[in-house]
Write a protein that binds this ligand. Sequence first.
Ligand code: ZN
Ligand code: ZN
Length: 138
Amino acid sequence: MYNSKMNTYMETLRQYNLKATPQRLAIIDIVNKHGHINIDTLYEEIKKQFNSISLATIYKNINTMTENQLLLEVKLPNSKSVYEVTKSRHAHLRCELCGDVQDLTIDSNSLFVDISNKYDFKINNTDVILSGICKDCQ
Ligand SMILES: [Zn+2]
Ligand SMILES: [Zn+2]
């Protein structure tokens, strides 16, 4: 049961001063596997392990882990937020048809520096979501 992955998650929770409850470990595991996941899908997945868990409990845990920056909420226009395990800052690609969200791994920092210089604009929020049609949906 306690494989090395679970130990890593427990260690991560400890780093963020959060108690490693079985529900939290399961949430991190599912979010990690999916990359980006919305609450509804997470709820469906976690019910396979904890069939009596409530949506409120999931929200509570997600909020705690988001506040502690273990998880990151990615806000999407006209759609429910997705959550991911916090990594370094990155932009996202979102498919308009299937809703799939992917990480954009180009270095956007140099672009922001250019914009900042060109417009003499101090950028505070660099959340970028590009929408379009993914490879599978084309
Ligand atoms: Zn798609
Ligand atoms: Zn991401």
